[in-house]
Design a protein around this ligand. Structure first.
Ligand code: PMP
Length: 384
């Protein structure tokens, strides 16, 4: 019997069988009528998921390309502020440095939750900012920021707002239009339940107008070129047509479940993961709050390297979890629970973690995590 594999990372994530089956269909030509039908429906479904009437631009690339498209189209000569509290905040900084923006950073320790007050104060101090860059779900720490209030602070200061929603779109509430977000980057391989390979960026009228006044620093990521082509359902370059077919099916599944139901399911998955981890006697690194429903980050007990936990899970059980990133490598491990997940994925991950930690000599409470997780999943109130 082939070894069963489990993917418990915050991306790529497990892909439902219907989506995998769609990937196996004969390849469509990107200028043919069959693809046009799927492309149009997929772009419309993306607007529903983003909760926007704006165009959602699609690039064949990973999520970072959607982030880079913002900097390539708006960055040159702009005064930008990045709210940075982890690896992906730092990614905005790195990208902007390449594209010639003048960057100021509201910096937090990794694991801290950004505050709208801090951003408002910095923007007032600076006295003129064109662009503010936010990260909704900081996948390196498990923190989900309050994008609505951060964006309101940025808007009040007259800035355009760009959001990295790569690991949060489809898992956590995000209201592109109602919150006035100007550029929202995401990718196919997280809560959208599709393999890696498609970068997505919702772009407001205001952002497009601002970009029109600048020279794009990228040919491939030029918003105007892609927007014009998408409007005619004629992609500017050969898109990964099979991934678009698959994404269309995945978005159909998500919208059939209902976005609000999916958000609620993620809240309960997060509760289950945190309750199980705590019942075992481990310490959470990510916040113990309902908003933190993308990834649960867990500190390893003293004397244990989280790399060994990840390795043990992989070699003993065929399970992939994520180590910490940057300076958190070796100190935390991360259980992703976005997309095609149910509570039994959580209990499986917890049961295996318990066994591997016991193998490594950790003093963990055995046999209680699964029950705690099941109870928390059923609970209608946050578990303290
Ligand atoms: N931002 C966040 C919050 C992410 O989680 C990731 C992927 N881990 C990225 C950006 C980068 O996406 P990609 O690897 O698809 O380029």
């Amino acid at each position: 019997m082939p070894e069963k594999k489990y993917l418990f990372t915050p991306g790529p994530t497990p892909v439902p069988p219907q989506v995998l089956a769609a990937l196996g269909e004969p390849v469509l030509h990107h200028r043919g009528p069959d693809f046009g039908v799927v492309y149009e429906r997929c772009l419309a479904r993306l607007q529903e998921v983003y909760r926007t009437r704006a165009d959602v631009l699609m690039f064949t690339a990973s999520g970072t390309a959607a982030m880079e498209s913002v900097a390539a189209n708006l960055g040159a000569g702009s005064r930008a502020v990045v709210v940075s509290a982890g690896s992906f905040g730092e990614r905005w900084e790195g990208i902007l440095a390449v594209h010639g923006a003048d960057v100021d950073v509201v910096r937090y320790e990794w694991g801290e939750t950004p505050r709208a007050d801090d951003l408002a104060a910095r923007l007032a101090e600076l006295g003129g900012t064109d662009l503010v860059f936010l990260t909704q779900s900081e996948t390196s720490t498990g923190v989900v920021a309050d994008v609505q209030s951060l964006a309101a602070a940025a808007k009040a200061a007259g800035a355009l707002v760009a959001v990295d929603a790569v690991s949060s779109l489809g898992a956590v509430p995000l209201e592109t239009d109602a919150w006035g977000l100007d550029a929202v980057a995401s990718g196919s391989q997280k809560a959208l339940m599709t393999p890696p390979g498609l970068a997505l960026c919702a772009v407001s009228e205001a952002a497009l107008a601002a970009a029109a006044g600048k020279t794009s620093r990228s040919y491939f990521l030029d918003w105007a070129r892609t927007q014009k082509a998408q409007a005619k359902l004629d992609a500017p370059f050969t898109p990964a047509t099979s991934l678009v077919v698959a994404l269309d099916v995945a978005l159909g599944l998500l919208l059939d479940e209902g976005l609000d139901a999916a958000f609620e399911r993620h809240v309960r998955l997060g509760r289950a993961a945190r309750a199980g981890v705590k019942a075992m006697g481990l310490e959470l690194f990510s916040p113990d709050e309902d908003r933190s429903s993308v990834v649960t980050a867990v500190r390893v007990p003293d004397g244990i390297d989280s790399g060994d936990v990840v390795k043990g899970l992989r070699t003993r059980f065929g399970m992939t979890m994520a180590n910490g990133q940057g300076h958190l490598k070796g100190k935390i491990f991360r259980i992703g629970h976005i997309g095609w997940f149910d509570v039994f994925d959580i209990t499986t991950a917890l049961a295996a973690t318990e066994l591997v930690l016991a193998d490594l000599g950790a003093d963990v409470e055995r046999g209680v995590a699964v029950q705690a997780a099941l109870d928390a999943f059923e609970s209608t109130t946050p578990v303290a």
